[in-house]
Design a protein around this ligand. Structure first.
Ligand SMILES: Cc1cc2nc3c(=O)[nH]c(=O)nc-3n(C[C@H](O)[C@H](O)[C@H](O)COP(=O)(O)OP(=O)(O)OC[C@H]3O[C@@H](n4cnc5c(N)ncnc54)[C@H](O)[C@@H]3O)c2cc1C
Length: 390
C-alpha cells in the first residue's frame, strides 16, 4: 500500500499552495477578513475570490468534460479542497461543490445549460433552503408549500439557518407540492431566483458572532422550468445532493491546520519554557496528531474510492465524523494550551494566535448539528455501515 501522492499530484498540490500564497497575502487578509460573516470573509471578497477560482480552472476541474469541466479525478478535487481549507480560503462551498453536482445528477438539460457554465466561472452564489423552524434533522417535516398555478409554482413558507442567503443569487429550495402517502413523498425541489418578488431575507446573530439568515417566501412565483427532477420526487434529489455535500465536508485541511498551528505554538519558548516540554501537552498533542492523520487518510480513502469507480456512502460519513470530532478536540486542547489568555478575543492586544482559537471554539459548535451533525451522522454509520437496526 502506498500512502504517498504521485509526482503529478504533488505538483498539483504545490501549484494550489502557490496560488493561495499569492492571492491570500497578509494585506489581503487584513483588508477582507470579516468576523460578522459565516465564512469569515466579506461577501464581496468571497464572490471575487470564487471568480478567481473559476478563472484558474479549479471549480470545474473534477467535473465531466461534457459540462465544461476538466475531467480530473476526485483525488485532485480533494487535494484542492484540502489546501483551500488549510489556508482558510473562501469560495469553496455549496455554490461550487454540491449544487453543481446535484444539477448534473438531477437537473433538466435546460437547467444544466443555464447554470453550469456560470457556476464553473464562479459567477453564482447559492443558498440551500432545506431547514425550517420545525424541520431540522427531521427534514421531511418541512411545511413550505409550492402550489401549481398555470406555468408557475407559487412558494410560500419560511426557511431557517440559511447560510449565505444574503449574498445568494439563487436558492436550492425544498417545498411540499403534494400531500403524498408518506412525509418523504410529495416534496419537490426548486431553483429560486432570489431577486423574485416575495423573497425576503432576515438576519440573526449567532454565538460565534457571525450572522445567520432566514428566508421568507411570500407567494413567490417560480416558473415550472425551475422544478428540479420530477414533481413530488424531491426527497431523492435531496438525498443525492446531501451525499455530494458530505464529500466536500470531509476535506481534512482544517484539522491539519489546527495541528500544525498548535505544534508551532508549543515549540516557541516563553519565559524559558516551551509548552511541548510539558508531558501532558506532549501526550495530548501526539494523540490528536495521530487522530488528525487518521481523519486525513480516511478523507483521501473516500476520494480514492471514487477514483476506483466505487460509490462511498457511510464511508463519507465516517470521514466527516473523524474530521469534525478531531477538530473539536483540537479546539479544546488549543484553549487549554493558551491558559489564561484563552478567552481573549480577536482584537485584544493580549490575545495569542490572533484570538483565532477562541473564535473557532465558538464557531465549530455547529459541527454538532449542521449538515447531519454528530448524532445523525453516527446513525448513518450505524445503520448503513454496520447494518445495525434503526
Ligand atoms: C452553522 C449552520 C449552518 C447551517 N446551514 C444550513 C443551510 O445552509 N441550509 C439549511 O437548509 N440548513 C442549514 N442548517 C441547518 C442544519 O442542517 C440543522 O441545524 C440540522 O438539520 C439540525 O436541525 P435543528 O437545528 O432543528 O436541530 P434538531 O433537529 O432539533 O436536533 C437537536 C439535537 O437532537 C439531535 N437529534 C435530532 N434527531 C435525532 C435522531 N433521529 N437521532 C439522534 N439524534 C437526533 C440532533 O443531532 C441535535 O443534536 C445549518 C445549521 C447550522 C448550525
Amino acid at each position: 500500500m502506498d500512502f504517498q501522492f504521485s509526482e503529478e499530484e504533488r505538483a498539483f498540490r504545490d501549484e494550489v499552495r502557490e496560488f493561495l500564497r499569492r492571492e491570500l497575502t497578509e494585506d489581503v487578509i487584513r483588508a477582507h477578513r470579516d468576523h460578522s460573516e459565516q465564512g469569515m470573509w466579506t461577501a464581496s471578497f468571497t464572490k471575487s475570490f470564487r471568480r478567481k477560482l473559476g478563472e484558474a480552472g479549479y471549480i470545474g476541474m473534477g467535473w465531466p468534460k461534457e459540462y465544461g469541466g476538466g475531467g480530473a479525478s476526485k483525488l485532485y478535487q480533494m487535494i484542492l479542497w484540502d489546501e483551500m481549507e488549510y489556508h482558510r480560503a473562501p469560495g469553496i462551498d455549496r455554490s461550487v461543490t454540491y449544487i453543481p453536482n446535484a444539477i448534473m445528477s438531477f437537473g433538466s438539460p435546460a437547467q444544466k445549460a443555464e447554470f453550469l457554465p456560470r457556476i464553473v466561472k464562479g459567477e453564482l452564489s447559492w443558498f440551500v433552503g432545506y431547514s425550517e423552524p420545525e424541520a431540522g434533522s427531521d427534514l421531511a417535516a418541512l411545511k413550505c408549500v409550492a402550489v401549481e398555478d398555470g406555468d408557475d409554482f407559487v412558494i410560500t413558507g419560511q426557511k431557517a439557518f440559511s447560510s449565505d442567503a444574503h449574498m445568494a443569487d439563487y436558492g436550492w429550495v425544498a417545498a411540499r407540492t403534494d400531500a403524498g402517502t408518506s412525509k418523504h413523498q410529495g416534496i419537490s425541489m426548486f431553483i429560486v431566483d432570489m431577486s423574485l418578488p416575495g423573497v425576503h431575507v432576515t438576519t440573526q446573530e449567532t454565538l460565534a458572532g457571525w450572522t445567520h439568515h432566514s428566508v421568507y417566501f411570500d407567494g413567490v412565483r417560480v416558473p415550472r422550468s425551475m422544478l428540479v427532477g420530477e414533481r413530488g420526487q424531491g426527497w431523492k434529489v435531496v438525498m443525492g445532493a446531501i451525499d455530494h455535500e458530505r464529500a466536500a465536508l470531509a476535506s481534512p485541511g482544517l484539522v491539519s491546520m489546527q495541528i500544525d498551528r498548535l505544534l508551532d505554538f508549543a515549540s516557541v519558548e516563553t519565559d524559558g519554557e516551551r509548552p511541548i516540554d510539558d508531558p501532558v501537552v506532549r501526550d495530548r498533542l501526539t494523540e490528536l496528531a495521530i487522530e488528525a492523520e487518521g481523519a486525513r487518510l480516511i478523507a483521501y480513502e473516500v476520494a480514492s474510492m471514487h477514483v476506483r469507480g466505487l460509490s462511498p456512502q457511510h464511508e463519507t460519513s465516517v470521514a466527516v465524523l473523524a474530521k469534525r470530532e478531531t477538530a473539536r478536540s483540537l479546539d479544546a486542547l488549543g484553549l487549554d494550551m493558551l491558559g489564561l489568555s484563552a478567552p481573549l478575543r480577536a482584537g485584544s492586544e493580549h490575545a495569542l494566535l490572533g484570538g483565532d482559537i477562541e473564535l473557532e471554539y465558538r464557531d465549530h459548535l455547529y459541527f454538532q448539528f449542521a449538515a447531519g451533525g454528530f448524532d445523525i451522522t453516527r446513525n448513518i454509520v450505524a445503520i448503513r455501515g454496520l447494518g445495525l437496526p434503526r
